[in-house]
Design a protein around this ligand. Sequence first.
Ligand SMILES: [Zn+2]
Ligand SMILES: [Zn+2]
Length: 99
Amino acid sequence: MSDAGRKWGPIGVDEWVAGASALELRLQGQRVLLVGPCPGCGHQIDRDITAAAGVGLVKGSAPERVSVACNCGRHHAGRAADARPAGCGAAGAIRLEAR
Ligand SMILES: [Zn+2]
Ligand SMILES: [Zn+2]
């Protein structure tokens, strides 16, 4: 299954994936966070991908891609007020590389 051509939030999935893949992966204790400006809305996102990536990320055996959605926490027009995660709705399966 491919997300190619699909669109969630303000930008296309391909754009989101390209932008989000460049964000910083930060190790915080036992957790792995994806941190940086959302490629869709520009707000800061701080996504815990520990469950998806696991410690495999550290050991170089992480899954190739994990599904990530913007969680900037801001309200965006067109998004339900109780949408989860709270953000612009941009999402996609980003490529992880051990760095
Ligand atoms: Zn936002
Ligand atoms: Zn966003």
